[in-house]
Design a protein around this ligand. Structure first.
Ligand SMILES: NC(=O)c1ccc[n+]([C@@H]2O[C@H](COP(=O)([O-])OP(=O)(O)OC[C@H]3O[C@@H](n4cnc5c(N)ncnc54)[C@H](O)[C@@H]3O)[C@@H](O)[C@H]2O)c1
Length: 261
């Protein structure tokens, strides 16, 4: 019970990595707001975590809307009856394909959600976090926040921005006791990865996922549960001296050139 009595908000929590983190937060003793642009899926996720609605509740939020981020924080404080202790700004969009073929509207939306939306979340969350004695703001970056990848230029740029945001806010809010860190996952088998693989032309997506896993030094992809472990660690007092850090969760992928055998 590493998060006993904590109050946590997770964006992009209706499915995938965010849902795994929200579920684990509750298992570790926290009360959680499951926030997502997809309200129906968020409600189903919160219900699955805690049918009583006392420990997990759903709220609709498009993080690209600053007013919606402010409303989410107000709704969370009202649900908790206290400031937020942990805000996991996880929601984000992928994009795969050559830049010259990218639709400008799609480019705009990636930057709007991954960069501006994450900043809007941080701005709203910090106004509450500064009143918590154990405050932790956690972003989800990506392996593409420290390495690049062909056909992922817009996404890579958006995730590099999260590293700068993490460092700057860690410095800015340390005096007020807020730790700011990021988790940088490599590919993890969620709808997010499968959509990217389809976009770059994978015909057999299951096989493509196996090939990505085999390309990892450890030979497997980080799981949603691995992501939840990292989120609990950064949220908990075990990480009390860690701030401004981008924690790689990448099965060794960023360590260097790798070929099995
Ligand atoms: N799965 C991976 O392989 C992987 C790897 C590295 C980083 N990430 C990062 O993790 C995050 C999501 O990954 P996932 O695997 O959980 O994805 P997912 O697609 O399974 O889930 C993403 C969730 O975010 C929600 N969402 C999308 N846009 C939103 C918005 N504007 N406001 C609020 N919610 C929104 C979706 O409705 C969905 O429920 C992103 O930040 C992504 O960059 C994922």
């Amino acid at each position: 019970m590493q998060l006993q009595g904590y109050h946590a908000v997770v964006t992009g929590a209706a499915r995938g990595l965010g849902a795994a983190a929200a579920k684990r937060f509750v298992a570790e003793g926290a009360r959680v707001v499951v926030a997502d642009i997809d309200g129906e899926a968020a409600r189903a996720c919160a219900q699955a975590i805690d049918a009583s609605g006392e420990r997990a509740t759903a709220r609709v939020c498009d993080i690209a809307d600053p007013a919606a981020c402010a409303a989410l924080v107000a709704q969370a404080e009202s649900f908790f009856g206290a400031p937020i202790d942990v805000f996991l700004a996880h929601a984000g969009l992928g994009y795969a394909g050559p830049l010259t073929e990218a639709d400008p509207e799609r480019i705009r939306r990636i930057v709007e959600v991954n960069v501006l939306g994450t900043i809007y979340c941080a701005q709203a969350a910090l106004r509450s976090l500064v009143r918590s004695p154990r405050a932790s703001l956690i972003f989800t970056s990506s392996l593409q926040s420290v390495t690049a990848r062909a056909q992922r230029s817009v996404y890579t740029a958006s995730k590099h921005a999260i590293v700068g945001l993490t460092k700057a806010l860690a410095l800015e809010y340390s005096p007020q006791g807020v730790r700011v860190n990021a988790i940088a996952p490599a590919s993890s088998d969620t709808p997010f990865l499968r959509t990217q693989l389809e976009a770059v032309g994978a015909r057999d997506v299951d096989q493509a996922v196996r090939e990505v896993a085999a390309s990892m030094p450890l030979g497997w992809l980080p799981t949603p549960e691995d992501f939840a472990d990292a989120a609990v660690f950064l949220a908990s007092t075990s990480a009390r001296s860690i701030t401004g850090h981008n924690l790689l969760l990448d099965s060794g992928a960023a360590a260097g050139f790798f070929r099995r055998g």
